[in-house]
Structures are given as C-alpha cells and as structure tokens.
Design a protein around this ligand. Structure first.
Ligand SMILES: Nc1nc2c(c(=O)[nH]1)N[C@H]1C(S)=C(S)[C@@H](COP(=O)(O)O)O[C@H]1N2
Ligand SMILES: [Mo]
Length: 201
C-alpha cells in the first residue's frame, strides 16, 4: 500500500450534514461500550502495530506523544442513529505511524484491538490520508475513560463502532478479518454516507 495515495491535503473538516437515517444528538454524547470501562492509566497504556509491516513496534504514552500532533474537527456518526456535529479531538495521525512501521505492499486490511479485547476491522486505505487518528484529547481535555481514555482510535468518516476505545494496537493483514460487531452482522466497511450498517447493505 502507498500511504500517500493521493489523499494528502484533503480537508479534514466535514460538517457536510447528516448522513441518511441519522439524527443530531446535540450536546449529548452517548456512551456505547460492550465492556466495563477499564481503569487504564497513561503510564500503563501502550500502542502496538504489527503484522504485515517492515518495522513492528510498540509506543508507550510518551513515545506516542512525541509523534507530530494532529487534530480532527468535524462530525461523528454512530450506527445506532446519532450523529454529533463539530467535535474536536487531538492526538496523532496514523499517517505518522505508517511512516514508522512501513506496511508491506501486500497489506490491505487492519484489525484494531483494544486493551479490553474489543476488535474492529478496517480497510487499510481508510486509515490513511489524514482520516484516522489515535486521539488523546476531546475539546482540549484528556479523553474521559468512558469515551475511550486515555486513548482511542478515531476514524470519523466511518460509523463510530470502528473507532475502538482504549486502543491497544493495530494488526496489518493481507485479507479482511471481521471484528466484534462485524462478526455480529455489521458491515465490513461502515460508510455512513452509503448507509453501510449491516453486511449486505
Ligand atoms: N473498546 C470499545 N470501543 C468501542 C465500542 C465498544 O463497545 N468498545 N463501541 C463502539 C461504538 S458502537 C461506538 S458508537 C463508539 C462509542 O463511543 P462513545 O462511547 O465515546 O460515544 O465507540 C466504539 N468503540
Ligand atoms: Mo455505535
């Protein structure tokens, strides 16, 4: 795969309106967790990338913060129907991670996994082009534990179940491997603009 793939320079702010079948949740930010919120201190948090990469590695909290800071300002969309407009997350772009680990040319897909065991699969292309982050802050403050703090994956152009809370790592593959919700009938990609909610949509 080629990390630069023509997406560089694409605007990050979306605010393009509501995807089909969604409603605006306003100031509310619902919590959706399949697990009990873990008690995960920044000092214990690690983020690993391995699988089909040239240089697998693990970042601890300080090492991850040494990557260039990057922000997302835009919208998020949950498959249960709510969308939230104009949110701001701070963290690091996964583009910097790909530069460090160098995915093999055969790499096509990724499985993101959490410190709790949650998983979500994604096409690797959806994690490039300044469209995916490891987020540490929300509106300038540390991310709340129930929203995935100290760190979560953020892939806001896909349904929010792809944005694994308490992110622990990403495994790079040459095939698609369904994650937690995808094994339970949800769509492999989950593009809200095409209403890819369930497999077959
Ligand atoms: N580890 C983990 N990550 C997760 C989930 C989860 O249950 N566990 N739920 C997903 C779903 S369905 C959504 S909509 C968002 C919810 O994030 P929030 O609770 O911060 O709104 O997290 C996603 N990431
Ligand atoms: Mo969701």
């Amino acid at each position: 795969m080629h990390v630069t793939r023509g997406f560089t320079g694409r605007p990050r702010v979306t605010n393009a309106g509501l995807p089909p079948g969604q409603y605006d949740t306003g100031d509310d930010w619902p919590v959706l967790s399949a697990e009990v919120t873990p008690d995960l201190a920044p000092a214990e948090w690690t983020f690993r990338v391995d699988g089909l990469v040239e240089r697998p590695r693990t970042w601890d909290w300080d090492e991850a913060h040494a990557l260039p800071a990057s922000e997302y300002a835009g919208d998020i969309h949950c498959v249960t129907g709510w969308s939230k407009f104009g949110v701001r997350f701070g963290g690091v772009s996964l583009d910097a991670v790909w530069e460090a680990v160098r995915p093999h040319p055969s790499a096509t897909h990724a499985v993101a996994y959490s410190h709790t065991g949650y998983t979500a699969n994604l096409p690797l292309a959806d994690l490039t082009g300044r469209r995916a982050w490891i987020a540490f802050t929300y509106e300038g403050k540390p991310l709340d534990p129930e929203h995935g703090g100290p760190a979560r994956l953020l892939v806001p152009h896909l349904y929010f179940w792809k944005s694994a809370k308490w992110i622990a790592g990403i495994r790079i593959l040459d095939h698609d491997e369904p994650g937690f919700w995808e094994q339970n009938g949800y769509h492999a990609r989950g593009n809200p603009w095409e209403e890819q909610r369930y497999s077959g949509d």
